[in-house]
Design a protein around this ligand. Structure first.
Ligand SMILES: C[S@@+](CC[C@H](N)C(=O)[O-])C[C@H]1O[C@@H](n2cnc3c(N)ncnc32)[C@H](O)[C@@H]1O
Length: 430
């Protein structure tokens, strides 16, 4: 057991505790952890993989631990987290048994939990012997999905499509990139493929910043579904666009690359700094502004407005499994209220005849379909402008009966799936 392997497990334990108990998103916890910089990139990658696997498979792992516990007594949170990380390595990450068990016992010692070393050793040895058979019999998709999400998705999409969502959420998403131009050329250079919608897709893994074209700003990371809203403005060259919730800037970059005159707003100064840095790398330009999009009053109305509203992000669980452990139905209700206010105000920022696109990376109808239905029921001066299959590379299954885009993670499975997204295009009445 090396110092590095122990340090990696220690960092993973810290991160798991930060997400599960302090309710801090994994990306933020990762950025703030001081010990990670001392690790090799490969070990840092393994830390993230261990934590993401526990968060993705928490229901299965907890059921497995319960089944293999020698005594049914409740276990201390710190001990449980060590067991969870150990079990994830043994059953899902193919870590050799001695490495997973020995490091787990050593971490317990380091954290003042020496009293539990015997229990950790016994449970993990049993998991290493019986774990694979036990998880084979589990209903993985259902066990790992919190009840509130399972019920909400079944109500909205029915059981077969919910099955598709939860199965897709078990697997890490591929790496999707938007190329500034020539996606086919970049797909060849990056050993990827081009999806019907134009996204360049390659298998996940490795350091993104080491890939060809990163330093030259030839492309940026953006899920295939997240790349759709900006495309639905059509030919946007020379038009004024307000990107109201813009950071970290994936959609601003698309609009700027397409020749639009973009003003990018975000309430968070910190996130807006990331947007500026991203645009700099890409050699693209937009006006930026820290402001509340629910009240911001520009001097002029825009040809086009994009509202990529803050949401529960339940469509992005493949990439961010922590969402399942952090969000609740109360969050969805609260966010829907904010979206309602942002959407009503966004209508007022569009010129007559101009286009408003509303989108969220949520699977919850309260943050998608219901927001548009509600807006239209209030008599807002906009009409739906239905999306047609040719605008999505022929993928008609991504369009609902109202001409809105509704993607589900179980769709396009043969191509590697797609994040869950909702997109509505509206036109301001003249
Ligand atoms: C879904 S993210 C946007 C992603 C971005 N459009 C992209 O493509 O990279 C939502 C953003 O909305 C911002 N936000 C939340 N409430 C806001 C408000 N009232 N006014 C402006 N920005 C807001 C958040 O800081 C966050 O950066």
């Amino acid at each position: 057991m090396t110092d590095a392997s122990l340090a990696a497990r220690g960092a993973a334990l810290d991160l798991l505790e930060t997400v599960l108990r302090k309710k801090i998103p994994l990306d933020d916890a990762f950025d703030a952890h001081e010990g990670l910089d001392a690790l090799e990139p490969r070990d840092r990658g393994f830390v993230r993989l261990m934590v993401a696997t526990v968060l993705r498979r928490l229901g299965q792992i907890d059921a497995l631990i319960t089944e293999t516990l020698t005594k049914p007594d409740p276990i201390k949170a710190g001990v449980l987290d060590i067991l969870r990380l150990g079990a994830a390595q043994l059953v899902f990450l193919d870590t050799p048994a001695h490495a997973a068990v020995d490091t787990s016992v050593a971490i317990a010692e380091q954290r003042g939990l020496q009293h539990y070393k015997g229990l950790i050793n016994a449970v993990l040895r049993r998991v290493s012997r019986e774990g694979a058979d036990i998880v084979k019999k589990q209903d993985a998709g259902r066990l790992n999905t919190p009840d509130w999400l399972w019920l909400a998705w079944r109500t909205a999409y029915g059981t077969p499509r919910t099955r598709g969502i939860v199965e897709a959420n078990l697997v890490e998403a591929p790496l999707d990139l938007t190329a500034k131009s020539n996606p086919h050329e970049w797909a060849t250079k990056l050993d990827g493929t081009v999806l019907p919608t134009g996204t360049v897709r390659r298998a996940s893994g490795g350091q993104v910043s080491e890939l060809p074209g990163y330093d030259d700003g030839a492309w940026w990371v953006q899920d295939a579904a997240a790349a759709l809203p900006a495309k639905l403005f059509g030919d946007i060259a020379g038009k004024t666009v307000y990107d109201l919730c813009a950071a970290p800037g994936g959609k601003t970059a698309q609009l700027a690359a397409a020749g639009a005159k973009v003003t990018s707003l975000d309430r968070s100064e910190r996130r807006l700094r990331r947007l500026t840095a991203n645009l700099e790398r890409l050699n693209l330009w937009a006006d930026t502004l820290t402001a509340d999009a629910a009240t911001w009053k520009p001097d002029e109305l825009a040809d086009a407005v994009l509202l990529d509203a803050p949401c529960s992000a339940t469509g992005a669980i493949r990439r961010h499994p922590d969402i399942m452990r952090l969000k609740s139905q109360e969050d969805v209700t609260k966010l829907a209220g904010a979206q309602r206010r942002l959407l009503a105000h966004a209508v007022d920022l569009v010129k007559p005849g101009g286009t408003l696109i509303y989108c969220t990376c949520s699977l919850q109808p309260e943050e998608g379909e219901q927001r548009i239905a509600h807006l239209l029921s209030t008599g807002a001066q906009v009409d739906r402008s239905p999306v047609t299959p040719d605008e999505l590379g022929g993928l008609s299954e991504l369009i609902n009966e109202n001409g809105e885009v509704r993607t589900l993670p179980g769709q396009l499975a043969e191509l590697g799936g797609i994040d869950g997204f909702f997109i509505a295009r509206l036109v301001k009445r003249t």
